[in-house]
Design a protein around this ligand. Structure first.
Ligand SMILES: [Zn+2]
Ligand SMILES: [Zn+2]
Length: 340
């Protein structure tokens, strides 16, 4: 039995023929197992979806009640038999509800990790290392230049700026699922107890996080505030809103952006970001390589991002590796979400 006989690449994405399911398919399929609710991995229109309760709820929030023909929730550590193949969900540490999916058949274990990070995040369950034969990894930040460092230090940078410019409004661009809520939690951890303002596009998802027990302190909608009251405050918004007419309601807005991409100064400048904050929900170079080594997998399949560098690194370690070239992943993290 080769791993390719269990999971193979099809035009719709990774497919387990024996178990009649796809993982994070990019086109509508009969049965989908979904790692997490980011829109490049979780799409609407599948016949049946198996995912964690949080992922199902977040998909429902984004796509509406009829996002799939049928749904089934599965908890971390739970397994389900699908036509002789066993699937087990484990925490991926990426966003609320995110999971790695272990697929087992004939004594072989393949782990599809979706997106993951191996650092602490107060808003989701921590990444769990799952020993396996084949590890399928993302490669969003798979270049040695990407080292995310300590998010607490970036939060301190933001708070320093707020105290230096008490008459200005700080706008922080952040993806509305995961990053925004993590930023708020990090601000609270740093002792910031003023209200945090939100762009309307973030309200539903943030309230959902709270309903799942994530404590975020006092939140207000920027929409309801007058210009003078927004001086000296912090508002989170989708990245695209930073360069939008929407910013006119704020006094002397100062643009920040929280993303692993902010390690690249040119990128921050290009986007008119005055205060780049290197905070990412993806593993950095050290995280990716340490995780790959720790799984004990002898074969690594690389899905999206900087595949070449990671495949090369695996080669130097004597690991078999290949890029999967799945079209359609990685968009959530690059593109704007203002349409929400
Ligand atoms: Zn993601
Ligand atoms: Zn992704």
């Amino acid at each position: 039995m080769r791993p390719e006989d269990i999971l193979a690449l099809t035009p719709a994405g990774l497919c387990c023929k024996r178990g009649s399911f796809h993982i994070d398919p990019t086109r509508p399929v009969e049965r989908a197992l979904i790692t997490h609710a980011h829109s490049d991995h979780a799409r609407a229109g599948h016949g049946a979806v198996l995912a964690t309760q949080e992922t199902l709820d977040l998909m429902r929030l984004r796509y509406g009640e009829n996002f799939a023909g049928a749904t089934q929730a599965i908890g971390y550590g739970e397994s389900v038999k699908l036509d002789g193949v066993t699937a087990i969900f484990h925490p991926a540490g990426h966003v609320l509800g995110s999971a790695q999916i272990a697929v087992e058949a004939d004594g072989l274990r393949i782990v599809a990790s979706g997106d993951y990070k191996n650092v602490a995040d107060p808003t989701c369950a921590p990444f769990e290392l799952v020993p396996c034969d084949v590890f399928i990894t993302e490669a969003t930040f798979a270049l040695p230049v990407f080292r995310h460092g300590n998010p607490g230090g970036e939060i301190a940078k933001l708070l320093r700026s707020v105290s230096v410019f008490p008459d200005r409004a700080h706008l922080v661009g952040a993806y509305s699922l995961g990053k925004a809520q993590r930023l708020i939690a990090l601000l609270r951890k740093a002792g910031y107890d003023s209200p945090v303002y939100l762009h309307g596009a973030m309200e539903k998802i943030t309230r959902y996080y709270e309903s799942r027990g994530v404590t975020l302190g006092e939140l207000r909608l920027a929409r309801g505030a007058t210009k003078p009251t927004l001086a000296g405050t912090i508002t989170l918004c989708p990245p695209s809103a930073l360069n939008d007419l929407w910013t006119r309601r704020f006094p002397e807005p100062l643009n920040a952006f929280a993303s692993g991409w902010m390690r690249v100064r040119a990128r921050a400048r290009q986007q008119g970001v005055a205060l780049p904050l290197v905070i990412s929900d993806h593993a950095d170079w050290d995280g990716l390589t340490a995780t790959i080594a720790a799984t004990g997998a002898s074969e690594i399949w690389v899905t999206h991002g900087q595949e070449d560098a990671l495949v090369h690194w695996c080669g130097t370690r004597g690991l078999g590796a290949r890029p999967l070239d799945i079209v359609g992943y990685g968009e959530e993290d690059d593109a704007s979400e203002a349409q929400e």
